[in-house]
Design a protein around this ligand. Structure first.
Ligand code: BDR
Length: 313
């Protein structure tokens, strides 16, 4: 991973001494973003800068997120951290930020633009591969599997989905009977998609869902259909709803990211770029598989239940 030196650009230190860093999540509904916000806020307080946190309510609101970026560019923020909800739709407004010398760090989910200061994220392909290895192990290497995708355009989850399919194909005894359905970015959409999938396939042995809303929608559909004990279920992300299901064995494994670390390192990278310090072009924030049996291991507690106290929560 090459180091990229960035001359001080865009944000000079403000007269009040506080740099303004816009931090723009994909959405503000899913719990995952609270953890990223907490990490961003921790870095801001440590560095003596101010973050401006704003995102669309729903993770499929492309126009909404475009407007948020445009507004921050017009405001003339000193730096920007964005989690693009669509890897292409967000390129035009973010390119404009770059054109105005506002350093942009992309976090969590990639953007098809080579002007970013840094990309701070999970190795999502590896996360998908880990999910496939866990599910194959849980199934004893055989069975019928479905994967319910998250949302078209989402780089992070698409990489998980491709990593999963590539790895699961190594298990000759496992047949993927469905992998082309999308849950949608909100839990309610995901539950409906999951119900449709379960109705289409009466015989399913294993399920993979690549994101918090997708997992929760599938969990509810499995609970309502009474099929929880018929499947091995591997998901992604932690939340107050998913972790109890993991403990009960309703979910058999969760692939966990570190959104607190992601938010923290993204803000640090942005401020480093503004201040002319060296910045890594790509920063991997780690990925961990937690099985039901692992749930009380000390090393995974902060991933299962991120500390949100800095947000007053
Ligand atoms: C999900 O969207 C992804 O980009 C995040 O990594 C998380 O898995 C939250 O809805």
């Amino acid at each position: 991973m090459g180091l990229a030196l960035f001359a001080s650009c865009g944000g000079e230190e403000k007269t009040d001494g506080m740099l303004e860093i816009a931090v723009i999540p994909k959405g503000t509904t899913n719990e995952y973003w609270k953890a990223l916000h907490a990490g961003a806020e921790a870095a801001a307080q440590d560095l003596g800068v101010k973050i401006l946190w704003k995102g669309p309510i729903k993770e499929d609101d492309r126009e909404g997120q475009q407007r948020v970026v445009e507004d921050f560019v017009s405001r003339g923020v000193d730096g920007m951290v964005i989690v693009p909800l669509d890897r292409q739709a967000l390129v035009p407004p973010v390119k404009e930020a770059g054109a105005r010398n506002i350093p942009v760090v992309v976090a969590d989910s990639d953007l098809d633009w080579d002007g970013k200061v840094s990309y701070v994220a999970t190795d999502n392909r590896r996360g998908g591969e880990l999910a496939a290895a866990a599910l194959a192990e849980l199934l004893g290497g055989k069975g019928k599997v479905v994967m319910l995708r998250h949302m078209e355009g989402s780089a992070s989850t698409s990489a998980r989905e491709e990593g999963f399919l590539k790895k699961i194909a190594e298990s000759a005894g496992i047949e993927v009977i469905s992998s082309n359905q999308y849950a949608g970015s909100q839990f309610s959409d995901a539950q409906q998609s999951a119900e449709n999938l379960l109705n289409s396939f009466p015989k399913i042995d294993g399920i993979f869902c690549p994101s918090e809303p997708c997992v929760y929608g599938m969990l509810r559909a499995l609970q309502d259909s009474g099929r929880l004990d018929q499947v091995k279920f591997v998901g992604f992300d932690a939340s107050e709803k998913l972790v109890p299901a993991l403990r009960k064995g309703e979910i058999d494994a969760l692939v966990l990211q570190n959104p607190v670390r992601m938010g923290e390192l993204a803000v640090r990278a942005c401020v480093d770029a503004i201040r002319g310090n060296p910045v890594e072009k790509q920063i991997d924030t780690g990925v961990t598989v937690v099985l039901t049996a692992d749930i009380d291991k000390p090393e995974v507690q902060s991933l299962l239940k991120p500390d949100l106290s800095i947000l007053g929560q």
